[in-house]
Design a protein around this ligand. Structure first.
Ligand SMILES: NC(=O)c1ccc[n+]([C@@H]2O[C@H](COP(=O)([O-])OP(=O)(O)OC[C@H]3O[C@@H](n4cnc5c(N)ncnc54)[C@H](O)[C@@H]3O)[C@@H](O)[C@H]2O)c1
Length: 244
């Protein structure tokens, strides 16, 4: 399928690792020009990179503008950067709550706003927001995370409605469990990591954890002109968790 995205100008947040990295590499392999914005020290080889923290409004706006100007415009924004928080709901502090909402929900709104003039000028404008299965159906002890990801689903639908007249499609992908650093962190310090992993697998009809590339395929589809009539959708790529 190499070349199917020829010339597509793509900016991905969180492209330094995990799902974002797999998506960035897949898009580049298929002919897109890809730039990465992340708070990590560097991104994948051969891609423009800007270091910025989504919590820093000015830094994000500046970095996004620099990357978009470097690409010569922007057709696609993929909001993949995100953080997790597991904590009993009665103990979550305001600071923790605000950090999760700030990065997972306010962050994508910030990048979408900064990307808007570029996407509006494109004839293939699209945004894909990486939400979570936890934004469709709650998991225990993750009130802030679930709320931020449910908010991101509704942000996607709201922007899909508001920006349709500008030719910008906006969709969300809701991953199940995906083999990344963020996912491993969620069970590795548990007193019984293997037992915990078994419990997680059992939530999924397919009974297994996904590879990042399985998510990247869905993100690439929604970002590409192949999905030209798809907007406002929250696509569960979750091994069947949301129906069983
Ligand atoms: N892995 C899973 O099981 C899973 C499941 C559902 C949803 N998700 C979502 O997928 C997305 C990607 O997660 P992943 O599993 O690939 O995790 P990951 O930790 O491998 O990658 C996340 C990337 O986002 C970057 N990032 C985090 N906070 C940032 C900030 N404030 N500013 C800039 N960059 C920041 C990190 O540096 C990292 O490169 C996240 O939004 C996550 O919530 C993951």
């Amino acid at each position: 399928m190499s070349g199917e995205l020829n010339g597509l100008k793509v900016l991905i947040t969180g492209g330094a690792s995990g799902i974002g990295r797999a998506t960035a590499e897949m898009m580049q392999d298929r002919g897109a020009a890809v730039a990465v914005l992340d708070r990590a020290e560097g991104g994948p080889d051969g891609m423009a990179f800007a270091r910025a923290d989504l919590a820093d409004a000015e830094g994000v706006a500046r970095s996004l503008r620099d990357l978009a100007e470097g690409l010569g415009g922007l057709d696609v924004l993929i909001n993949c950067a995100g953080i997790d928080l597991e904590a009993p709901s009665a103990e979550v502090t305001d600071a923790q709550w605000e950090e999760v909402i700030g990065i997972n929900l306010t962050g994508p709104m910030r990048t979408a706003r900064a990307a808007f003039p570029y996407l509006r000028a494109s004839d293939r404008g699209a945004i894909v927001n990486v939400s979570s299965g936890a934004g469709l159906r709650p998991i225990p002890d993750r009130a802030a995370y679930c709320s931020s990801k449910a908010g991101l689903v509704m942000l996607s639908k709201s922007l899909a409605l508001d920006w349709a007249e500008h030719g910008i499609r906006v969709n969300a992908v809701c991953p199940g469990a995906v083999e990344t650093g963020l996912f491993r962190q969620s069970y590795k310090d548990h007193p019984d990591p293997e037992g915990r992993l078994e419990l997680i697998r059992a939530r999924y009809a397919l009974g297994r954890v996904a590879a990042p590339e399985e998510l990247a395929e869905a993100i690439v589809f929604l970002a590409s002109p192949a999905a030209s009539y798809v907007t406002g959708v929250a696509l569960a790529v979750d091994g069947g968790r949301s129906f069983h």
